[in-house]
Design a protein around this ligand. Structure first.
Ligand SMILES: O=C(O)C(=O)C[C@]1(C(=O)O)C=C[C@@H](O)C=C1
Length: 375
């Protein structure tokens, strides 16, 4: 056979495959009807395993055996997607347990952040809730989560991702440890300033204090200054505090301008960070599953065993429902070696039927799916 003849033959086979695929889907529609009537779950892992073993046994040679396994695994994934859609049309969608609200309550609320006054989290809280917001701080991320879950604060403002350093991994572990929900996000540009005593000049400076991250992020400017000593501190605000307390004109701190204002320091040089676009994304957390009208991003997490194809299959729920995934992060599950918890952000609103479908699929097929928020 030459190429033309081969292609003609393939066209014929593909026509038959398509016809068979459509017939198969029709039967899957009937399966869905029986499941609507009986309440039985769409996903039947045992039946899928039997099916994959059976088709594999029918095929010849290792390559084809693996091939049909993969093919039928995909066919059944599509079958499930179709069935979820039919179930949703019959009012058997998932109750995601979220309440839609017109706007977030912003007045007379208590807001907690982690760190000290003048830290970037403080800046993020004021940026989102306004300069006069009733904010207070706690020492650790988990303390802030606790303040919200136990109702002492209405909201927590916590960093989740930095444009150059990536995910704040501790936050991901905490999101699953508490029943708090992401209700909004705010992006804060990380602008490090060089702060000195009110009567200091740039030429007086000999020693610079800051958090190691901030020193590193400002390395280009700092290393270009001859003879400057760089000293690490617990955080940027502690550095600012030290400069004001020591009353030594040769000392400076690298911190936010808001820390400068708070501690009465002068900005000797602003925006000294290497990366001018450096931004941190903060999430606003509340203890109720609420989402604003028009919310457009959903964060969720689920667990998967360490087996080939599990993540691929799970992400099929997004692909077949045309849902756009914008972030994925994985974290080991404590106490369960080589099993992972995935954190995924998708675009959409919990009211969209495609979203409901995708989430229904994931909740049925993965372990412990949780919607962390729609904002
Ligand atoms: O047999 C079923 O219960 C079906 O829903 C059909 C089917 C399939 O397409 O073969 C789809 C989903 C189940 O997980 C198992 C099998």
């Amino acid at each position: 056979m030459d190429l033309q003849e081969c292609r003609k033959e393939l066209d014929g086979i593909d026509r038959q495959l398509t016809e068979l695929f459509e017939r198969r889907m029709e039967i899957c529609g009937q399966v869905a009807q029986t499941k609507i009537a009986s309440g039985k779950a769409v996903y039947d892992g045992e039946r899928e395993k039997q099916k994959l073993d059976a088709v594999e046994a029918m095929a010849h040679g290792e390559f084809n055996q693996t091939g049909v396994r993969e093919l039928f695994s995909q066919i059944m994934t599509i079958s499930r997607r179709y069935q979820y859609r039919l179930l949703a049309e019959h009012g058997r969608g998932v109750d995601l347990g979220f309440e839609k609200i017109p706007t977030l309550k912003m007045k007379d609320v208590r807001v907690v952040y982690q760190g000290v006054e003048g830290a970037y989290s403080h800046g993020a809280a004021l940026q989102f809730f306004g300069e006069d917001a009733n904010v207070y701080h706690v020492e650790r991320f988990q303390d802030a989560m606790k303040e919200v879950s136990e109702g002492r604060a209405d909201y927590a403002v916590l960093p989740i991702e930095n444009s150059s350093a990536g995910a704040v991994v501790d936050m991901y572990d905490l999101l699953t440890g508490f029943n708090n929900y992401i209700v909004a996000e705010t992006f804060l540009p990380v602008n490090h300033a060089l702060l000195g005593l009110p009567d200091a000049e740039l030429s007086d400076i000999r020693t610079v204090y800051s958090h190691p991250q901030a020193l590193m992020q400002s390395s280009r400017f700092l290393n270009a200054q001859e003879g400057w000593r760089q000293v690490s501190c617990l955080n940027t605000a502690v550095a600012a505090c030290k400069v004001i307390e020591d009353r030594d004109k040769s000392q400076a701190a690298v911190a936010s301008e808001i820390a400068g204002k708070l501690y009465g320091l002068k900005v000797l040089k602003s925006s000294i960070q290497n990366n001018q676009g450096n931004t941190t994304r903060f999430v606003i957390l509340a203890n109720r599953p609420i989402y604003r009208e028009g919310a457009s991003r959903i964060s969720l997490c689920f667990e998967l065993p360490h087996q080939s194809g599990t993540l691929y299959n799970m992400l099929g729920n997004f692909i077949f429902n045309h849902v756009n995934m914008v972030m994925i992060e994985s974290r080991p599950i404590p106490g369960r070696n080589w099993e992972y918890r995935f954190f995924v952000d998708i675009e959409g609103n919990l009211e969209d039927s495609a979203i409901a479908n995708a989430l229904k699929g994931i909740s049925a097929e993965a372990l412990n799916m949780r919607i962390l928020g729609n904002y």
